[in-house]
Design a protein around this ligand. Sequence first.
Ligand code: PGA
Length: 270
Amino acid sequence: MEVIIMKTYEEVCEESAAIIQEAWRQENALVLGFATGKTPLGLYERLIELYNQGGIDFASVKAFNLDEYVGLEESHPQSFAYYMDHHLFQHVNIMKENIFRLSGRPADIEAHCRSYERKIQEVGGIDVQILGIGKNGHIAFNEPGSSLSSRTRLEILTQETVLANRQFFQDEKELPRFCLTMGIGTILETKMALLLASGKDKAEIIARAVEGPVTASVPASALQLHACARFVIDEAAASGLSNLDYYRWAYENKDRASDLLKIVALKTGN
Ligand code: PGA
């Protein structure tokens, strides 16, 4: 587990984009897992900038979305499909056929989730999974209590999450109560988990996720079991951590390429 502490949110986005760019340099046919929410917006802006400058190319990149609200059409402005199109995909040269999403309206939910897992396997697994973290510790929509070995499935949103979403939906009847989400077990199998967090209101949950016990009550704490988890966070989000000095020292002294070499080694079996 690596904790990378940057001064500002802008630097969090810059550093995360640099990690993705480096992974892409190692493997142009990168398989990226994408997250939604406020936090990754700056990262997506930075990736678009890099793309426009010729620093990254999405022609061979494959994309998987982490989750989706049940009941929403892809064209709904609150759907995660719409979010990703709007904030990244339509601004870069990613191929439509390389974008894989969980549908909000599948005919058979279980079959759809199984086939999503199969698809991830077929492309050789997710190389870099971008993640945010909820104030309750959720990653993707794995709410507290989710099994640490859960797979892609239907999840019931917490009341807290439903209420927080109210502001985004004019029609109360449209407010999603269910979602489809990659499971914690699915996320643990990705080759790198790249979690971004910013702001004081994430400080407590970051401390519990990084330094607290591994527990289903804090789904993000499962990342302590991940072979290559990187938390890129700003100083405000890091302010509840006890081992700050060590994280800074380790970051300054570490060859940043080593985790990326691990990805290549996993892919080539070396
Ligand atoms: P946020 O959401 O980036 O909007 O804070 C994170 C999450 O709930 O996963």
